[in-house]
Design a protein. Structure first.
Length: 366
């Protein structure tokens, strides 16, 4: 009885196994016949194949910033006398050369300096005549040597007084018509203008009448947050870009790093000096500041065009020749320009597909 039960069970199991093998056979056959993606020759002809390289790692940090005057090339112009401003000859933004007349100040002080000059000249003439007369009397025996000495002293004092008056007049423009002429002390642009016609001014006014700046050099102030202070150094090379010139890069260097934080924004300022020969950069422009420096550390890097980002992971396509490539995940450290520094995933000498990488990546994933 037991043998009779075993035989049907064995027959059932055998039949089931046969059916399963029959079902799996097509799948295994398909698996065996499936091949990996081969890059076609038409695409291979235009592909760029680049090499993984190793070199000195260049660190970079990008800051927000603003263009400012170079204060070492800026002059604040004050009136040395009080009076009324008349005949302003320039406007804000004008370019002036050294010695250019900017405005005229009608001043009672200048009139007083002119009066002092006339008085000093008159005193000198009288002293000269007095000295000549006393010397003639001395030769005739009608005056003593003491009289001659006193006359000579009076004459010398008159000469000194006239020279002092002339110097004061020269300091104040050397004008004898009662006008103080404000002139440009350097070549540059009028970047600030606080005076208007018929305005009364005094020499103790805290605001300058005009400010001139030579914009051939400008400063760019960059904002560095606390976490990035150790990433920037004096002397670092800097690339500056602006909204006004999106395709142009201005070269400069970090000239100074301030040692205090702004109490409101919690940033420290770095000063960048930039040559500005064509006056393209203007004060108050907003700028993007990218500072670079080398840490004297070797690192592996790849071209930016070879990098693929998908599902929160970076990949590259490692090329093996004969149209075959593999998808390789990498760990990115940083980038600068067209260089991407890699911590792991590839090694120097590996060949990478550096053009049309994305469509090939999609084909390899299918």
């Amino acid at each position: 009885m037991q043998n009779k039960l075993v035989i049907p069970i064995l027959s059932f199991v055998t039949a089931a196994c046969t059916m399963m093998q029959a079902c799996n056979a097509p799948a295994e056959k398909n698996k065996e016949t499936k091949t990996s993606y081969i890059i076609p020759d038409s695409l291979l002809k235009r592909l760029v194949i680049d090499t993984v390289k190793q070199g000195e790692q260049i660190n970079s940090i990008t800051l927000t910033g603003q263009v400012d005057f170079d204060q070492d090339r800026q002059v604040n112009i004050f009136s040395l006398v009080s009076g009324n401003v008349q005949d302003i000859k320039i406007q804000l933004g004008d370019y002036v050369t050294k010695g250019h007349e900017l405005a005229i100040v009608k001043s009672s002080e200048m009139a007083g300096y002119t009066n002092n000059l006339v008085a000093a000249q008159t005193n000198l003439t009288a002293a000269r005549k007095q000295l000549d007369a006393t010397q003639a009397l001395y030769k005739s025996g009608l005056a003593s040597i003491l009289d001659v000495t006193n006359a000579q002293a009076n004459y010398d004092q008159a000469v000194a007084q006239l020279e002092m008056v002339r110097r004061i007049l020269r300091i104040n423009g050397n004008d004898t018509s009662g006008n103080y002429i404000i002139k440009a002390p350097i070549d540059g642009f009028i970047v600030q203008k606080y005076a208007t016609n018929f305005q009364a001014i005094r020499p103790d006014n805290s605001n300058p009448v005009f400010t001139i700046s030579d914009l051939k050099d400008v400063w760019v102030w960059g904002n560095v947050y606390e976490a990035n202070i150790d990433k920037i150094h004096t002397g670092d090379q800097v690339d500056v870009t602006t909204l006004s010139y999106p395709g142009r890069v201005f070269k400069g260097r970090v000239d100074k790093i301030m040692h205090v934080l702004d109490p409101n924004s919690k940033v420290t300022k770095v000063r960048v000096v930039i040559d500005n020969p064509d006056y393209a950069l203007r004060p108050q422009m907003f700028a993007s500041v990218t500072a670079t420096n080398t840490g004297h550390k070797q690192a592996v890097y790849i071209p930016l065009s070879a990098l693929i980002f998908d599902h929160s992971q970076y990949y590259v396509l490692v090329y093996h020749g004969a149209g075959r490539a593999d998808i390789t995940p990498i760990k990115k450290m940083g980038s600068i320009g067209d260089k991407v520094y890699v911590e792991e995933g590839v090694k120097p000498g590996d060949l990478l597909i550096a053009s049309d990488a994305l469509p090939i990546y999609d084909q390899l994933n299918n």
